[in-house]
Design a binder for this molecule. Structure first.
Ligand SMILES: Nc1ncnc2c1ncn2[C@@H]1O[C@H](COP(=O)(O)OP(=O)(O)OP(=O)(O)O)[C@@H](O)[C@H]1O
Length: 609
């Protein structure tokens, strides 16, 4: 790999100047000014861990590729950074000296590098435009970031969904780097790994017209069911077959003149052979064995039940709900999660997905309340070319098909228009979808999890929700308690402040802890996460005090002081226990992590016994 160029100016793609000019104009509309001080805001570790958890599949595939990229870039004083689709940095790796330098502008996990927060920068601008690009020196909107030169490429799913971005950043004055090619190669590799991981249970074929490309991450990839139904195809395959990026994946028999079943046409996995295409061209085709080429992600398989277990923090209602959910996982039982806003319904849905046998399949979330009624039908069922005015050419794959072999999460199911409830019921019963404007019926099989903050039973009674759909959805209903009803508030606070860290979590003053424990949390876990995040940002000396908490907490205390004191002790005990467990019982390490002396830790342990 040739990452380092001499000190020639960085070559630019055509249109680059325009792209940067537009990005600067957008940055100004976000209210940023060039001279603004660096924005050093980062998510608290506990929130970051949650966000990393939500992007677990991406991280699992991307981390080994980043390690390899950093090995190749060794000696160039730069770092590789992975961001999610919203610009939140999830992982960083690279030259230790440059990692320290990048801390000055918070180019670190937990920071938000979207254009809205940092102005023109490689990550934010690549995500905003969907374009790979290099942003160097003064092309950064904020003066504080001008010491950087960064190359970044967006990472996409096979269906074009933005998953995140990979960036390589170095020092503009010393590196003279133009690392866009290695970044793009690494992204291809990640997308290749993601495709194969996501379709591990399908029949995956590599296809190309050039033998030298077969077996590399640039090859075309196709996934089929054993009977030859098209499940997915990557960008390279779409290009090879001249298909629109949003076209529904064709069946094996639509592409090749070799029968209907891919396994019958290619009985010997791994051996490539020439197969005549429907277009009359000869294609080199190879069946994929399970492993991905070149880089294999480390074999860290999730332990069944672990994601749900991670949501337990001592509340008996939550524990009982998790116990029930674990018993129905993988058994075709539809789950309805009910509860006030912010009680963690989506987090539970993701944990259910992560613990089911279909966890390597997609998790597809649809918020029925957020999509205009006119679009929800196309969004769910998909559509063929020209199905309605404004439909994309070549049609679009609906969420019900995207969720095949994975989990479909229908959030705010109570807001599903009544006109579509009957169609949804039919899909659930027949396990097949007919896209809008199509005569083809395509099978789909997913685990269904629905969520609502409404009383569906009452909606059935008043006629606004179909009774037949209600009885089909209502396999197991779990009511998630409001935070004010939970008895594990202290443990949750401790966990959110300290999870996933080996450095000291921020401490809470007794007064701040009393206010947190006495609040009635109308916004539930969402409010709690936000309050802790803000407090953590404000408390730069590592001690969260009353002044770091919002006014609502100081004006609405709920619990009597005696109960507060008891819960405060419980919070401290649990924090100590969690930290010790995480650090394998090592007293010195736990004391360091908690920011207290060993003697104080011994005293606290003695009191807890
Ligand atoms: N057990 C938990 N620990 C830490 N944070 C949590 C937990 N559960 C939820 N959160 C955080 O609270 C916020 C709200 O969670 P989530 O979106 O799952 O709630 P919801 O019930 O689906 O909300 P809504 O009904 O408004 O869609 C998220 O930021 C999530 O990360």
């Amino acid at each position: 790999m040739t990452a380092r160029l001499d000190s020639r100016p960085v070559p630019r793609l055509a249109g680059h100047a325009d792209l940067i000019a537009h990005a600067h104009a957008r940055s100004a509309t976000h209210g940023l000014r060039r001279q603004d001080a660096p924005d050093l805001d980062r998510l608290p570790r506990s929130e970051l861990e949650l966000r990393r958890e939500q992007h677990r599949t991406l991280l699992r595939q991307a981390t080994p590729v980043m390690t390899e990229l950093c090995r190749q870039l060794a000696g160039t004083r730069c770092m590789a950074v992975l961001s999610g689709p919203d610009g939140l940095l999830l992982h960083a790796d690279g030259d230790a000296r440059f990692l320290r330098r990048s801390e000055q502008v918070a180019l670190q996990p937990g920071a938000d590098w979207s254009e809205g927060r940092k102005g023109t920068n490689a990550i934010g601008t690549a995500l905003a435009t969907g374009t790979p690009l290099v942003v160097g020196g003064p092309e950064h909107f904020l003066d504080a970031n001008r010491f950087l030169v960064c190359a970044c490429a967006p990472i996409e799913d096979a269906d074009g969904t933005l998953l995140g971005a990979l960036d390589v950043s170095g020092d503009a004055s010393s590196s003279g780097l133009h690392p866009l090619t290695p970044v793009q190669t690494a992204v291809l590799q990640m997308e290749h790994c993601l495709f194969l991981a996501r379709h591990a249970d399908a029949v995956c074929l590599a296809v190309d017209d050039r033998p030298q490309r077969l077996g590399t991450p640039a090859e075309g990839l196709l996934a089929f069911t054993p009977d030859g139904r098209g499940l997915a195809m990557n960008r390279a395959a779409r290009r090879l077959f001249g298909l629109h990026p949003r076209a529904l994946p064709p069946a094996f028999a639509d592409l090749f003149d070799a029968g209907c079943e891919p396994e019958a046409a290619l009985p010997h996995a791994t051996e490539s052979r020439t197969v005549r295409g429907r277009d009359g061209c000869d294609w080199l085709v190879r069946r994929y064995p399970a492993p991905a080429p070149v880089v294999r992600p480390p074999a860290v398989e999730p332990v069944a039940g672990r994601a749900l277990s991670a949501l337990q923090s001592g509340d008996p209602v939550i524990n009982a709900a998790i116990g029930k959910l674990k018993r129905v996982l993988g058994k075709q039982v539809a789950v309805v999660l009910s509860g006030e806003t912010g009680t963690g319904k989506e987090l539970f849905a993701r944990a259910i997905h992560d613990d089911t046998p279909g966890r390597d399949g997609p998790f597809v979330a649809v918020n029925c309340a957020a999509i205009p009624e006119a679009l929800i039908e196309a969004e769910l069922f998909g559509y063929e070319e020209g199905a309605f005015t404004g439909a994309r050419r070549k049609g679009g794959i609906g969420k019900l098909l995207q969720a095949d072999r994975g989990t479909l999460f229908l959030d705010e199911i109570g807001d599903m228009p009544t006109s579509l409830q009957a169609r949804l019921l039919r899909v659930l019963q027949e396990r097949a979808v007919t896209p809008l404007g199509s005569t083809r019926t395509l099978p789909t099989d997913f685990m269904l999890v629905c969520a609502t903050h409404r009383d569906l039973r009452a909606m059935v009674d008043d006629g606004s929700f179909r009774a037949d759909l209600y009885y089909r959805l209502n396999g197991l209903t779990i009511r998630l308690p409001a935070l004010r009803e939970r008895v594990d508030l202290a443990a949750l606070i401790g966990r959110m402040l300290g999870a996933g860290t080996t450095t000291p979590p921020p401490r809470l003053s007794d007064a701040a802890a009393a206010l947190l424990l006495g609040h009635d949390w109308p916004g539930n876990l969402r409010e709690l996460a936000t309050v802790l995040h803000t407090a953590r940002c404000l408390a730069d000396d590592g001690l969260i005090d009353v002044e770091h908490l919002p006014d609502e907490l100081t004006t609405r205390p709920r619990l009597p002081p005696a109960a507060t004191a008891v819960r405060l002790c419980e919070h401290q005990d649990r924090l100590v226990a969690d930290t010790l467990e995480r650090l394998g019982g090592n007293i010195s390490a736990a004391a360091r992590a908690l920011g207290i002396s060993r003697n104080r830790l011994y005293r606290q342990l003695a009191r807890a016994r």
